[in-house]
Design a protein around this ligand. Structure first.
Ligand code: PLP
Length: 413
């Protein structure tokens, strides 16, 4: 019998979304009439169809694959140059960021990239995460053996948790001691908060001073509506020397079921080998990807390229404003109901303070029982998320309006 990776057993604390499903199933069993009325504003998945420009480009790419002259077999592991060049032109050069096409690695998702990046890092790093946090950062470190076990609130030994609270505008303070790797995500999932230039500069300066690596998740950059909020960490001078950035087409162009993303690993960004020498992370990531990954489908990369065409950009912006309008409707309805809410301005998530005396899970049950709305308990994202609740703006306008009407009727004080 083979032995297993025991680190997986440390994850026993149970994953958030299965517990939500379990409670919803239990509720519908006891209330079969209410089952049809359930509106899910829980999981962060998009609902609207792909931009037309992407659909047209993918149809054409399917036709390319039908003829010998335009057929494509294995593509470059790093992604086609035409897609990497479009990314650099529109996402980086246009915003004054000094990033080149050979620093961009196309992949089938940022969830896997921010997990796989651990392949090229040592196992003795001190790792910091924000709290609340996107669970992938934590769980992948647990699986890799970078942590101890979980305590009663679900915090893992060995990780440095940086609380994001109302006092710090949901943008954590710098760690009190030196850390080697820091995961940051802005606009933030789950708290819907953003980092200003000053905040990000503080992190870049910290990373330079301590030789730390920032893993920056910018999956929601397209939702930034305020002009002075950075969309990329590379808008901060010096960030090339300290940061890897993860981006995805999932949320800006509805690619959650189509799958395309990219990671930027700047040349010159280094880590320390055990013999004391400095090694470029770019070369390691290239080696990792070309060994364990065979690239994203030609058809999908053509679809992603079309996100940067003139019509594609307009249509993707239309999708983003559709979800942001949902977020505004949610925010305003909750405020009218007397609740305290954060986020939802530069992000598709509204972060709610649970009403006095209710834990995150108690409020989950209240909302499910009284309004048949499913959200996500803040405590599922970390101990500092206790007393908060996330509602997602990814849904149809009709469902969002209906959900907010119910909240207005039932919860208003
Ligand atoms: C949705 C999301 C992503 C994107 O993941 P994909 O694998 O590209 O779909 C990345 N980070 C966060 C925090 C997300 O919420």
């Amino acid at each position: 019998m083979p032995t297993i990776n025991d680190n997986f057993l440390k994850l026993a604390a149970g994953y958030l979304f299965p517990e939500i499903e379990r409670r919803v199933a239990e509720f519908t069993k006891g209330n079969p009439d209410a089952a049809a009325k359930i509106i899910k504003l829980g999981i962060g998945d998009v609902t609207e169809p792909l931009p037309e420009a992407c659909v047209v480009a993918m149809h054409k790419a399917v036709d390319d694959q039908s003829k010998r002259e335009s057929f494509h077999g294995y593509g470059p592991e790093q992604g086609y140059a035409w897609l990497r060049e479009a990314i650099v032109e529109h996402d980086y050069l246009a915003r004054g960021c000094d990033i080149s096409a050979d620093e961009v690695f196309i992949s089938d998702g940022s969830k896997c990239d921010c997990a796989n990046i651990l392949d090229i890092l040592g196992s003795d790093n001190i790792i910091a995460v924000t709290d609340p946090v996107y669970p992938v950062y934590v769980d992948t470190n647990v699986m890799a053996g970078n942590t101890g076990g979980a305590d009663e609130v679900g915090d893992y030994g060995g990780l440095v948790y940086l609380p994001a609270t109302v006092e710090n505008n949901f943008t954590p303070e710098l760690p009190a001691s030196k850390v080697d790797v820091i995961y940051l995500g802005y606009p933030n999932n789950p708290a819907g908060s953003v980092a200003t230039k000053e905040t990000l500069k503080k992190w870049v300066d910290y990373a330079k001073e301590h030789g730390s690596l920032i893993l920056f998740d910018a999956a929601y950059e397209a939702f930034v509506t305020e002009a002075d909020i950075p969309r990329s960490i590379y808008e901060i001078q010096g960030a090339r020397e300290v940061a890897i950035e993860f981006r995805s087409f999932s949320k800006n162009a509805g690619f959650t079921g189509t799958r395309c993303a990219f990671t930027v690993v700047p040349k010159g960004l280094t880590g320390r080998a055990s013999d004391g020498s400095d090694v470029e992370l770019h070369g390691l990531w290239q080696r990792r990807q070309s060994t364990k990954f065979n690239g994203v489908s030609y058809i999908i990369q053509r679809g992603a390229e079309a996100v940067y065409s003139e019509s594609g950009r307009q249509q993707a912006a239309g999708l983003v404003s559709f979800y942001l309008e949902n977020a505004r409707i949610i925010r305003e309805a909750l405020e009218r109901a007397g609740m305290t809410v954060f986020g939802g301005v530069n992000a598709p998530y509204v972060w709610i303070k649970t009403p006095a005396g209710q834990t995150s899970w108690q409020f989950f049950d209240t909302l499910l029982n009284d309004t048949h709305i499913v959200g996500t308990p803040g405590s599922g994202f970390g101990a500092a998320g206790e007393g908060y609740f996330r509602l997602s703006a990814f849904n149809s306008r009709e469902n969002v309006q209906e959900a907010m009407q119910r909240i207005g009727a039932v919860l208003a004080v």
